[in-house]
Write a protein that binds this ligand. Structure first.
Ligand code: ADP
Ligand code: ASP
Ligand code: MG
Length: 480
């Protein structure tokens, strides 16, 4: 009898991205099955597939279907080469390939329909985006079955029920709990490993929805919290959550432990390693979360821990600034005018206008003089936000109470994170000096209300040097 009961494991795109990776993933499932009696495996699409699908749909919306044959053959080659080398049983191999092939043909049909209409609705985009996980789930299940593990593939549309907010759907936890338990428990109780799709769900009427880009992590948290599972493990392509993105600073180190509030800030401010929505369901349900490397499975990775009281003796330790992260492709929007001084409701109207464009605002600063409000929005939404602001403040602009509403070129938000910052005076000074010494100009600053993070807005061109400079601070403080 296995010592622990239920484990949910999610494999990211690179972790199922090739025959080599799939073999590693299947071995990880086998090892986990020896430790846990009930195992759910969640898969992303193979790496690059979701981008390729969405790109095909966007081109189709612009009337271009010329690239479809190339997309089809890329998808066939990617999935079939892995199937051919890993699925030994001929009938399983052929049926798996047939199912994947029919999903590839569904892509072609959807894109042709989109091209005829000349536009892709969010619902159509989700129907296209879902195909990646619907293909990979069949492949991974067959590979797991080939490793002689009793398993079954089920699409999560059968039990993750969401609202109709296509491309960023929100689960209905009540129905999802009932359905997930009803569909998965009988299989899990028989010792069958359930292999399911990340990223996707369905409306009560059966429309396929997605949970937002990178949403397979969130799927793992949803399924883990509603079963509930004892543990959720996120398998990715790096050794856990690191001091920064190792693509920017190759010497970045793994953080063996990270608190809820630190990971929340890191994920929110751009650390792609974990989708920001993953944290809350896992924390609320008191589930153990671990992030680990499919390509280095013996490495313990990062474990999420409860927010612990700060140890003041460790004041100069590495935990003051623990990690640094960046969100690129943002614009800073400023509303300014002396007529705004003391006028109630300006901020409310401004953010109401932003909300009407369905844009979320990652950072806000307000000068104490109340003569300006400044906030960041994703670059692709900036134009629309400016228009909405100009509309809502049309009278004030005419009366010159508001002088101008303007935006910068592309900027990045750089964030340093660490629970120790709350108790340590002078951290902002250190951070700003570090950037100043590297000749990096700071456009705006914000400190999270939890005081676990400080964010700075810098020019897009300074992104990497800012991250490197601030990472230097972590290295320096850990040597004290
Ligand atoms: P997956 O496909 O497994 O979900 P992602 O590409 O979404 O993987 O996330 C993993 C990537 O996140 C890493 O390859 C790394 O480049 C990037 N990353 C960004 N910030 C961090 C960080 N602080 N720690 C670890 N990885 C990070
Ligand atoms: N395949 C989806 C994406 O690329 C979801 C995920 O991988 O988490 O966004
Ligand atoms: Mg991811």
């Amino acid at each position: 009898m296995a010592a622990k009961e239920t484990l949910v494991m999610k494999f990211g795109g690179t972790s199922v991205g090739s025959a080599d990776a799939l073999v590693k993933a299947a071995q990880i499932v086998k090892d986990a099955r020896a430790e846990y009696s009930r195992v759910v495996v969640i898969t992303s699409a193979m790496s690059g597939v979701t981008n390729l699908l969405l790109d095909s749909a966007s081109r189709a919306a612009n009337g271009s279907v010329e690239s479809l044959p190339a997309a089809e053959s890329t998808l066939r080659e990617k999935h079939f080469s892995a199937a051919d080398s890993l699925i030994k049983d001929e009938s399983l191999r052929e049926s798996t390939k047939r199912e994947i092939d029919s999903l590839i043909r569904a892509l072609v049909d959807l894109c042709k329909a989109i091209a005829v209409l000349g536009e892709a609705s969010p619902r159509a985009m989700d129907a296209v985006a879902s195909l990646g996980e619907r293909m990979s789930v069949r492949l991974l299940e067959a590979v797991i079955a080939s490793a002689v593990i009793k398993s079954k593939a089920i699409e999560s549309t059968a039990f993750i029920i969401t609202n109709a907010h296509y491309q960023n759907a929100h689960p209905d936890f009540k129905i999802t709990t009932e359905k997930t338990r009803a569909v998965l428990n009988p299989l899990l109780d028989e010792g069958i490993v359930v292999v399911t799709t990340g990223f996707i769900g369905a409306t009560p009427e059966g429309g396929i929805t997605t949970l937002g880009r990178g949403g397979s992590d969130y799927s793992a948290a949803i399924i883990g919290s509603v079963l509930p599972a004892n543990d959720v493990w996120i398998w990715t392509d790096v050794d856990g959550v690191m001091t920064t993105d190792p693509r920017i600073v190759p010497s970045a180190r793994t953080l063996p432990e990270i608190t809820y509030s630190e990971i929340a800030e890191l994920a929110y401010y751009g650390a792609k390693v974990l989708h920001p929505k993953t944290i809350r369901p896992v924390v609320d349900a008191g589930i153990g979360l671990r992030i680990c490397n499919t390509f280095n499975p013996s490495h313990p990775g990062t474990r999420l821990i409860a927010n612990t009281p700060f140890d003041s003796k460790a004041r100069n330790g590495p935990q003051i600034v623990k990690a640094v992260t960046a969100i690129r492709s943002q614009r800073l929007i400023t509303i300014e005018g002396r007529g705004m001084l003391g006028v109630p409701g300006v901020a409310a109207r401004a953010f109401g206008a932003v909300a009407s464009t369905k844009t979320s605002v990652p950072l806000i600063t307000q000068a104490s003089s109340e003569q300006s409000i400044c906030f960041a929005v994703p670059s692709e939404a900036a134009e629309q936000v400016i228009n909405a602001l100009q509309n809502v403040f049309a009278d004030e602009i005419k009366d010159e109470d508001i002088d101008r509403v303007w935006m910068t070129e592309d900027v990045s938000i750089i964030t340093v994170v660490g629970v120790g910052m709350r108790h340590t005076p002078g951290v902002s000074g250190l951070v700003f000096t570090q950037l100043g010494d590297s000749d990096i100009n700071i456009f705006a600053i914000a400190q999270g209300s939890s005081e676990v993070s400080i964010s700075m807005v810098v020019d897009a061109a300074d992104t990497e040097s800012a991250v490197k400079a601030l990472h230097g601070l972590i290295v320096a403080s850990s040597k004290v």
